[in-house]
Design a protein around this ligand. Structure first.
Ligand code: NCD
Length: 347
């Protein structure tokens, strides 16, 4: 076990404010979430002026990142790529196994080992769950201190999406006491949507949050997440009917049918009208509620909703880039350097 991994494991069990790999959202505690949100705010602010943007690029210009995305991605890929560039980190990418030596029979482990010969961080998305964990173990075995960031693992987890969702919720509720005490609805394909699953895992960090799962029976939230919520004392209810609960929601987190996982076109059996936000739902929602979506969207959010001030998903998308800069800053322990940079610029 490398020193870094051992340290990480000690810190994870004690609720630390540092981390090395980013694999499972459950390790993120409130203090760390608040710090990441502050860092993201600081980077966002500094990027607004050209001097700030230039100085940010010096922070990690000696670092290199590998973007290994073998499952389709637009936002997560682009936001990580741009987050790296904001900090001056140079990037390499593989987005298709057919362009890597894996087609010649190279094992996954050998591919990861090879990346780690060239870069300081590996950001990866895979079709199969557990790949990022496997890569992190691999780094441990070969004693190579290269952090692995899980940018989406099958239908299982998407920890950095959960972080940017927390950032979006925090910003949206900053004048209303933050996330504590809010009623958060999650709607759509909760069974196979990794974003809602990961976000659930962070909810234990907030007081008196109530979750409302809105999904057809076949795509209801899985028992593993529900067991975790029960264990952590996060309250949740389940319903098939949005109109029964819509009036009480402070946030509605909409997700699409994850039809790529269908065995027999089962997504087509769902009456999507029941799980869609359009003009009619807007009328029923609280005037200060927010609508989120990890995107890409299908028909579950009518584009007419985009102009409503409660539609938060386009801002949420951009928040992803700031939050991912914050994650990289923490990984490379550059948070002090960032605050120093801020104080030089502000004074
Ligand atoms: C999500 C994903 O890939 O899980 N997209 C994203 O990362 N922003 C959501 C989805 O594909 O439905």
């Amino acid at each position: 076990m490398t020193r870094e991994v051992a340290q990480e494991q000690r810190e994870q069990s004690s609720g630390s404010t540092t981390f090395f790999h980013v694999i499972d959202p459950r390790v993120f505690k409130r203090e760390l979430l608040d710090e990441l949100c502050d860092l993201a705010d600081c980077v966002r602010m500094l990027s607004k002026c050209s001097t700030g943007a230039r100085l940010l690029q010096d922070l990690a210009s000696n670092r290199r990142a590998m973007l290994y995305f073998t499952q389709p991605s637009t936002r997560t890929f682009l936001s990580f790529n741009n987050a790296c560039h904001i900090l001056g980190i140079r990037t390499s990418e593989i987005r298709d196994r057919s362009t890597s030596s894996e087609v010649k029979g190279e094992s996954f482990e050998d591919a990861i080992r090879t990346f780690s010969s060239y870069v300081d961080v590996i950001i990866m998305r895979s079709q199969e769950p557990g790949r990022a964990t496997q890569a992190a173990r691999m780094m441990d075995v070969i004693k190579r201190p290269v952090p692995i960031i899980n940018a989406g693992s099958g239908s299982d987890q998407h920890p950095t999406q959960a972080l940017l969702d927390i950032y979006t919720l925090n910003r949206s509720f900053s004048q209303r006491g933050g996330i504590d005490g809010k009623v958060i609805g999650m709607m759509g394909d909760l069974r196979r949507g990794r974003t809602a699953r990961s976000l659930c895992y962070l909810m234990k960090n907030y007081f008196n949050v109530r979750l409302v799962f809105i999904a057809p029976n076949i795509f209801s939230m899985r028992d593993d997440v529900k067991a975790h919520l029960k264990e952590q004392g996060t309250s949740f209810v389940e319903t098939k009917c949005l109109s029964e609960v819509i009036q009480e929601l402070d946030a509605l987190y909409v997700t699409r049918m994850q039809s790529e996982w269908d065995q027999q076109d089962e997504s087509n059996d769902v009456d999507l009208n029941q799980y869609t936000v359009d003009k009619n739902q807007l009328k029923m929602m609280k005037s200060d509620a927010i609508i989120m979506h990890p995107l890409p969207r299908g028909p579950e959010i009518d584009p007419v909703v985009d102009i409503d001030p409660r539609a938060m998903y386009w801002r949420q998308e951009r928040n992803g880039m700031w939050m991912r800069v914050a994650v990289l800053l923490k990984i490379f322990q550059l948070e002090e350097a960032l605050y120093e940079l801020k104080s030089t610029l502000v004074s």
